[in-house]
Design a protein around this ligand. Sequence first.
Ligand SMILES: C[S@@+](CC[C@H](N)C(=O)[O-])C[C@H]1O[C@@H](n2cnc3c(N)ncnc32)[C@H](O)[C@@H]1O
Length: 316
Amino acid sequence: MLSAPLSLRNYLEKIDQVFGLQQLKTTEVTHQFTQEYYRETGKYYRWLHSPDGAMHFPLHTNPSRKAHREGLYRHPLSILSFIKKHSIKEVLELGCGQGFNSLFLAEHLPAVRFTAIDLTPANIERAQAKARAKNLVNLEFRQGDFNALPYPDAQFDFIFAIECLCHSQDHSQTLCEIYRLLASRGYLLVYDGYQEKPNEQLDLDWQLANEIFSVAFAVKQFAPWPEWHQIACRIGLEMLEEVDYSQAILPNLQRFQEGGMKVFQYPLLTKLLLQLRLFPTALIKHSIAGIVAPFLMEAGIIGYHKTVMRKVSESH
Ligand SMILES: C[S@@+](CC[C@H](N)C(=O)[O-])C[C@H]1O[C@@H](n2cnc3c(N)ncnc32)[C@H](O)[C@@H]1O
């Protein structure tokens, strides 16, 4: 049984004074909750994280400002080389957020057709406005749910998803839908966070930290890493590449934690400022994830992976 450090307990108590841990951990994360979360936090992502609209973690080893921006481009740059290497022509991005990745790719690869979908209408409206302003004719943004998309079977040679499949509430259903949409021998590339250690191995503070971490990111539960991988293989997706990038996102998580700890340093003052509406609730709730994430990541309870898979068979 893994025991949580006292410093984590100290912050859990502060969070409890502001939001009530019981209330946080019993929050029901539905599609509507997730949409609302992204509608409310979209402007903070642009303000504090990426004016270009990236909503994923930067991959880097050096937490300087410049490295932050470069780190955000590592995902679309690696996808750009993948598309070129495999001569891909028809691409689908799932959970595209405000369009950062597909806008970049469609601009750099005018001969490739891109379709990008997201659950949150506010994100799609923003992405569509940017695509219009850039006059991109090879990119279409549409509102949609990655569990059920209005495209024919085998439509795409390549599907990618950056930090959105963690929102799936039924990993089998989501991976089956991806399988259906992929052409024979088509590729799936995913960057995402997973739970690495089962709850049974964690003491109550770790479990609590894990639960409030998920809620603060509008995720019902991060997929258990080995199980997610096994489901994908069972459905007919063969693993081609797997990279553990947990250490590469840690510097950004630590920066996020510094901000979160400042916010919760004087919990009663924070609570008062929230009640007076002088602090934005969505942002303060989001900073809970900032506080607990490095604890969880450093203890190996959560992790961040890149996976590349390929559709191997038609029957499942
Ligand atoms: C962390 S953001 C990542 C956005 C984008 N991939 C990026 O890299 O900037 C996660 C996105 O997943 C979307 N999302 C959550 N559940 C979804 C679902 N069921 N179907 C499609 N998109 C979903 C959210 O609306 C949000 O925009």
